[in-house]
Design a protein. Sequence first.
Length: 302
Amino acid sequence: MLYLVGLGLHDEKDVTVRGKEAIEQSSRVYLEAYTSILGVGKERLEEFYGKEIIVADRDMVETDSDAILKDADKVDVAFLVVGDPFGATTHADLLLRADDLSVPYVVIHNASVMNAVGALGLALYNYGQTVSIPFFTDSWRPDSWLERVRENARLGLHTLCLLDIKVKEQSEENLARGRKIYEPPRYMSVPTAISQLLSLLPPDLTSSSYSPDAPVPQPDVLDPHTTLAISASRVGHPSQTFVSGTLAELATLDEERFGGPLHSFVIVGRTFHALERDFARRWAVDPQRWDEVSKKVYAVRD
């Protein structure tokens, strides 16, 4: 049996009872280690579960899945995923391969950022499409995700933005030369993500400043001075950190203000209402500005 086990968001103790039982009875245990991270290392997991853990990088999962599934029709194998197996990432490809090999499987769910983001106080049923923001390079600045943000905005919906992480990545030169030399891990911060977003907007938006007398922009016009957002760092950890404000305000803060990785943020949609406004005001960079923009642009009324 293949067990696809969600580990939750914080540490080794966030696993469910069913998940822990599946791990303890498995002959081999793999930890998917490239789409997200826990707040503890694999040594803590091994001590708590009483099992040696094999770290499965992107290459193993995507190109050598047969090694993971080997003999899984005869013995139990556990594949561990931070968060939920079908949350911020999906491992449907692994299960399809299991089907091809006639390997039975069980999925054991857990909390992920997709539902834990409810801690921001925004109604989960008012979220639209989730987007992932990748690191830009000098020659690669993908922007297809921005249209999905605008589509959500036109419908009045909130957008959860998940930020890129680079774990066990190779430089272009080392990749071209076939050298197995890996770059240090990198985790995108909220200011970096918002700065990249702003770089894709028309210059007249990013150069303007907020004025209470300015016309209200259309919902899909991401004016950085009148678009509200809430950052969410290390969601589910005791050190989780939330900061609310306009895109322009969040972009200018020091990274230390947001706490350690992993970072994400939510662009607030026009379905915003008074309870959500008041809940998120507690983390506002400027509570007065937060209320002004909420009232004029988002039409929030008490």
